[in-house]
Design a protein around this ligand. Sequence first.
Ligand SMILES: Cc1cc2nc3c(=O)[nH]c(=O)nc-3n(C[C@H](O)[C@H](O)[C@H](O)COP(=O)(O)OP(=O)(O)OC[C@H]3O[C@@H](n4cnc5c(N)ncnc54)[C@H](O)[C@@H]3O)c2cc1C
Length: 417
Amino acid sequence: MSYSNLSEMNFDVSEEQKTFLEKVDRACESIRDYETKCYLEEKANDRIVPEFGKIGMLGCPISKKYGGMGYDILTYAFALERIGREGNSMRTFFSAHVSIGQMVLQNWADEDQKRQYLPITTGGKSIMAFALTEPGAGSDPASMTTKFEETGDSFVLKGKKHWVGNGTIAKVLTTYAKGPDGKISAFIVDTDSKGFRAEEMKDKIGLLSIKNAEISFENCIIPKKNLLGTKGKGLSIAYSALIDGRLSVAAGAVGVMNDCLEESIKYSQKREQHGSALAKKQLIQEHLSSMIVNIESSRWLIYRTAMARQNLQDYVEGLKEKDVHWQERLNRKDKEYLLLRNRADRLAAIAKLHASNAAFDCANRAVQIFGSFAYQKTNRVARHFLDSRAIIIYEGANEVLKLKIASLELGDKYQAY
Ligand SMILES: Cc1cc2nc3c(=O)[nH]c(=O)nc-3n(C[C@H](O)[C@H](O)[C@H](O)COP(=O)(O)OP(=O)(O)OC[C@H]3O[C@@H](n4cnc5c(N)ncnc54)[C@H](O)[C@@H]3O)c2cc1C
């Protein structure tokens, strides 16, 4: 697959970035068959870490100072788009490890925490996860019941999280818990901490080559130095992570759609019924044109979101260099920060809402074109269909995103949730 067409769109992909994206392409090709095997056997793909570690994808947007590649968010989105062609299952690994894993540390951790955790994760020695959702608190994380208490130089966490992507293999994760004052704080947790337990969630209907875990904090003890960001500001950290999570889902969805389109074109040109190729039938062409419209419309939303997210990052990184009290400044509602964050938040919600629905629609149309041949998981578009159901639910269920988009326009007074 060539990326030269992206440069022609003035998205400024340098030669170095192009070379990196071509490496991502080759890594995807090299484990395509193994990914299929893992998916069908419902086992975690253990070749993702070595194959993508070699080319730096495990820390693509993370600063070189911490062992990452230091690429901008748009380049990372292009890479996720390519990985998405291999399926949401494989792309979800990167979202959990990088987008809502490492990027949360890059954005909010202090220097010591970044030095302790980022290099081991960019090198792939340690995999990351994000544990926010609870059985009783999904779309409304503010209602979480996981609690923390302080004792001497430790925090003690008590509660349950579920559906945590990479949760069975992660060595480090961020989690969120309520203090005695009812305010939520964020924490970095080593999964070998006393009182930590992760159990695989079984019987999923898709995303079969990535594992999700139910996590229990049974008086789990973590050191005080593992508080992430300012105490009581955990929900804001979680919501900022979801901007990156939504962007990654949306970018991966474009890959899914591209794969569905390519498979559908090849199949419909080959398969003949009623005396001619399916590709000649007008109703089949209607499916194909809908896919193309979905791809193009999603793509522009994603690239725009990536740029807005980059502007936010540049502003915060600039503040970090100038002001050691940057977190306090943001907590005091720095106007420029709020403007940039709201813009990235809004665009990420729109991109995720649109691209996830579009991917599910594309996969559904592709299954229809293949007919009975796509009614088995051995078929690529069948797997896209199963996996694309999840992306309408996670990283903010689409109904909730619609409410968020409307309330950002209407103002808090009209917030419907
Ligand atoms: C495969 C998978 C992977 C996941 N990975 C992670 C992970 O890595 N880390 C993590 O923390 N979580 C993860 N999640 C959890 C995911 O973020 C939640 O499932 C999601 O936020 C929705 O929460 P819920 O499932 O509890 O549904 P609920 O919140 O109970 O919602 C159920 C339905 O009601 C709708 N709804 C809710 N509130 C409103 C409202 N006010 N108005 C109208 N409709 C509403 C929702 O849109 C949804 O359709 C994952 C989930 C899945 C399925």
